[in-house]
Design a protein. Structure first.
Length: 273
């Protein structure tokens, strides 16, 4: 090296910058005093925004985990992450963690990382009360609504696309509104999401969840691939389950919806990659 002193000074400057950028966060460049958590804003019972209030099972698990990581509720910044935006939001470091009915899949693992799972749901159908659709095999020639970027839409495309007319909208609430208007015959996604939507006062007596789940949706905590938080998150989820807080949160958020979680719950957490 011709100018060792200058080179060293340069390295020190780079190191100082790197320290500022990391700031004790998860290695993804966020400021250390708040944490940005991606949730759904339009899924009652899971992730739901009403004024300045955020409710639902995803929100409660997120709050518990964030608190265990050192971020009490007033240090959480809630960010809307619709199904189609989740990978991008993590890859671009727009959020630090995602709790948004986000299924762990091998395809998604190519671009993001997951802690968890913290819940297991199953794909099902929501139909008008008087419908005779009893399962996905009855969808031939019918119009089915699901959400862009979801495993639910993908599964229909892979398995039933030839005979079903699939409409993809940005959110499930929009699908249910469309079904109320008579434009579609069924909405498909995870049973717990459908139960929460169908239980909304405006829809009382109008729709039924078919109740024959045809997939396993393991809800993970979405992370940037560079995050170092997976182990700590899994420990926090384990503590939430063993303390009884997980059960309490699930019961509170599904009360009155008629929803019964499958016996795959509560799940064990996968080892971190
Ligand atoms: N759990 C499924 C998924 O991650 C469907 C629900 C959703 O779109 O959030 O794609």
């Amino acid at each position: 090296m011709r100018h060792p002193r200058i080179a060293l000074a340069g390295m020190a400057a780079v190191a100082a910058l790197a320290l500022t950028a990391c700031g004790g966060g998860g290695g993804s460049g966020e400021p250390s005093d708040t944490i940005r958590i991606g949730i759904k804003f339009d899924q009652p019972g899971l992730g739901f925004k009403s004024g300045d209030t955020y409710t639902g099972f995803d929100v409660d698990v997120a709050k518990y985990v964030a608190n265990e990581l050192g971020f009490p509720e007033d240090k959480i910044e809630w960010v809307s992450t619709p199904s189609a935006n989740r990978e991008t939001a993590l890859q671009n470091n727009q959020v630090d963690m995602i709790f948004a009915t986000y299924s762990i899949t091998d395809t998604r693992k190519q671009s993001v990382a997951f802690a968890g799972p913290y819940f297991v749901a199953g794909q099902d159908l929501l139909v008008p009360m008087d419908s005779d659709i009893a399962g996905p095999e009855d969808l031939n020639g019918k119009t089915l609504c699901s959400v862009t970027g979801s495993t639910s839409a993908q599964k229909v495309k892979d398995t039933y696309a030839a005979s079903v007319n699939l409409q993809e909208l940005p959110g499930y609430a929009e699908c249910v509104t469309a079904m109320e208007g008579g434009a579609i015959d069924a909405v498909t996604t995870d049973d717990i999401i459908l139960a929460g939507l169908a239980a909304q006062p405006a829809y009382q007596g109008k729709f039924k969840v078919v109740g024959a789940p045809f997939s396993e949706e393991r809800y993970g905590v979405g992370l940037n691939k560079d995050s170092d938080r997976c182990e700590a998150i899994n420990t926090a989820i384990g503590k939430m389950i063993s303390s009884g807080e997980w059960e309490k949160a699930l019961t509170k958020n599904t009360e009155g919806t008629g929803y019964t979680p499958s016996d795959l719950n509560p799940p064990a957490q996968d080892p971190c990659a």
